[in-house]
Design a protein around this ligand. Structure first.
Ligand code: SF4
Length: 517
């Protein structure tokens, strides 16, 4: 077995002295009773903030968008929206909540006629962001309607917004995308596509966009390709989506990824591709492979599922441990756990069982039973765990609160030893590119070394895959002078200027993150 030079691995040590946090995260609900999270394992994750979908040339285009958004629901559950164009008028419906419940209604879809439509799912950390930030955003511009939906985040949006406000621009939302609309509106170019390109040349950061204008459907990806965007075909229809899985669900064929820096216009004249930006080395988000994307999606030509298994195998080589069972933290830890098991020869077992019938939150009727809520969604498979040495596989540690709960759950079930292996390097830096990250002070790995983290979560050992190991799992070798991907949340090597964060305040915030607090 080979131990990589940069493997963050530690052996057994003293049991942690820090008392584990409460097994529930109570917060006041509308009723005044405690709102209990029933997703204790999912709530301590980085959250992808958005998913986008667009289609040109299909009868009932909005129906396809609704299905596509449903497949992208994991990228945002707080709001959803669709805007269609029937050749004369734009029609829009945006709502808080998930796609199902808002767009599985014939009456809603019938109010979104047309053969072209775009849609969006959004994540935000607080209901306060509300409907005004739900996308697609729409504006009636000088040359007609303009609807836009984004996955990503601009790192100079606050600066641009201040400048625009001083010139008299009025903002109705706190979305950085509204900045783009104002830049389009005030562009001196004439055609809608040229006005959009003119606007995008003034922004920094990460964006994958679908845009609906009277000129046609436009899709584009920022010059570094930080956020994903793929193109597909269904008959004569052209589709754009954040992930290939959204093509699968509507029966469309994957054509290719939209290239970093590429702008594509689809209309009655066909499909035209433009490269209006200065050429740059792509830096797609590496975390898409680790956690954000669905395992049945294909990114950069690779199956997300297979890459996650590779990550588990590399992790097993970098941080081997003697154990009886490999246990995934459901559901995101499953592929890496399979890879770890196959590489190490340690049997894979489901030591934590997930209920699929529990909603996101649950109002506890009584103080007396509130502490039981943590088991509503996940429960230890106690007969399996008792007396055994367990390797728990999770995709990441963010605040660490989840890891404390899981390790404690294994100990309560009688585990003899609990070893934790993490399928990503320590998350030490905030993301400014469309992923909801806690401020840096709340990232466990930004505050502690690995031994202190092991102590905090009360594990017998803790190890993370190295950054080089992660690239290896992708079939690559990281070039430290010019990394092939964005890996800033692990390395602090941000691929763009962070204008809004300012010098010396890199992790202080960005417009959409500020907006969502
Ligand atoms: S900072 Fe991390 S999560 Fe954000 S784009 Fe880069 S790799 Fe992805």
């Amino acid at each position: 077995m080979r131990m990589a030079a940069h493997c963050f691995s530690l052996g057994s040590g003293e049991r942690g002295q820090t008392p584990p946090p409460s097994l529930y995260d109570g917060q006041a609900g509308d009723s005044g009773r405690e709102m209990l999270t029933t997703n204790p394992f999912d709530d301590d994750k980085l959250k992808e903030e958005c998913g986008i979908f667009g289609i040109w040339g299909a009868d009932d285009a909005a129906s396809f968008v609704a299905l596509g958004l449903h497949a992208l629901q994991h990228r945002g559950q707080e709001a959803a929206g669709i805007t269609s164009f029937d050749g004369k008028h734009f029609h829009s419906h945006r709502a808080l909540g998930q796609v199902a419940g808002n767009f599985d209604n014939d009456q809603v879809i019938s109010r979104l006629p047309g053969q072209v439509a775009i849609g969006h799912v959004r994540y935000s950390t607080a209901g306060g962001a509300g409907i005004r930030n739900a996308q697609p955003l729409f504006a009636e511009l000088n040359d007609g309607g303009f609807a836009i939906a984004q996955n990503g985040n601009l790192s100079n949006a606050m600066k641009l917004r201040r400048t625009l406000s001083r010139r008299g621009a009025i903002f109705q939302s706190t979305s950085d995308l509204e900045v783009v609309i104002h830049l389009v509106a005030t562009s001196q170019q004439s055609a809608p596509l040229d006005r959009l390109i003119d606007a995008l040349k003034q922004v920094e950061g990460a964006y994958s966009l679908v845009v609906l204008t009277e000129e046609g459907l436009i899709a584009c990806r920022d010059p570094l390709g930080i956020r994903p965007l793929v193109m597909g075909r269904l008959g004569h229809s052209t589709i754009f989506a954040s992930e290939s899985v959204a093509l699968d669900v509507i029966g469309a064929k994957f054509v290719r990824e939209v290239e970093p820096g590429e702008v594509i216009l689809v209309n009655h004249d066909g499909l035209r591709s433009f490269r209006p930006f200065a050429k740059a080395s792509p830096r797609p988000c590496i975390f898409e492979h680790v956690y954000f994307s669905r395992p049945d999606s294909i990114i950069e030509g690779s199956s997300v599922y297979e890459v996650r298994k590779n990550i588990g195998a590399v992790l097993a080589r970098e941080a081997p441990v003697a154990a009886d069972y490999v246990v995934p933290v459901p559901d995101s830890g499953v592929p890496a756990a399979l890879g770890f098991s196959q590489e190490s020869g340690i049997p894979f077992e489901l030591g934590i069982i997930r209920s699929h019938y529990v909603g996101r939150t649950f109002i506890q009727p009584s103080q007396d039973v509130r502490h039981l809520g943590v088991k509503l969604k996940h429960n230890a498979n106690a007969m399996l765990i008792a007396g055994k040495r367990i390797v728990l596989i999770d995709d990441s540690i963010v605040r660490g609160t989840t890891s404390v709960k899981i390790v404690q759950m294994m100990r309560d079930a009688g585990a003899k030893e609990v070893h934790m292996r993490i399928a990503s390097p320590p998350t030490r830096h905030s993301c400014f590119y469309g992923v909801d990250t806690p401020e840096r002070a709340k990232l466990l790995a930004a505050q502690m070394d690995v031994e202190a983290m092991r102590d905090f979560i009360n594990a017998d050992s803790l190890a993370f895959i190295s950054i080089d190991g992660l690239y290896q799992a992708l079939g690559d070798s990281r070039d430290p002078a010019s990394p092939q991907r964005c890996d800033a949340c692990f390395t602090g090597d941000y691929p763009t200027v962070l204008t809004d964060a300012g010098p010396g305040a890199r992790d202080s915030g960005s417009l959409s993150l500020v907006a969502s607090r």
